[in-house]
Design a binder for this molecule. Structure first.
Ligand SMILES: [Zn+2]
Length: 94
């Protein structure tokens, strides 16, 4: 039995894709709406290297198949929540 949760990874512990140094990546804030959208809707987060200034999206999950499953899961949660919100709103209006 697997007791450890291995699928989640933190890109901050990865090496920088450009200068290959370790422990230099930090979470970066999105600079435009495209980056913000990718940051909010996917498991790719914006990271920046303190050493060489590299910026880019890195996955926070090991398996892309698992990410797809999680995206589907979150999408269904969003649909259910918006349905509940719409139901409550229509009751409030009438
Ligand atoms: Zn770097």
């Amino acid at each position: 039995m697997r007791t450890k949760n291995n699928f989640r990874k933190n890109p901050m512990f990865q090496n920088c894709p450009q200068c290959l140094k370790s422990n230099t990546l930090r979470k970066s804030h999105p600079r435009n709406w495209k980056e913000a959208l990718a940051d909010n809707l996917t498991f790719f987060k914006m990271y920046r290297c303190r050493e060489c200034g590299w910026r880019g999206h890195l996955s926070t999950y090991n398996s892309s198949a698992l990410s797809a499953k999680l995206i589907l899961f979150y999408a269904s949660v969003v649909i259910v929540v918006s349905y509940i919100v719409l139901t409550v709103l229509s009751k409030l209006v009438h």
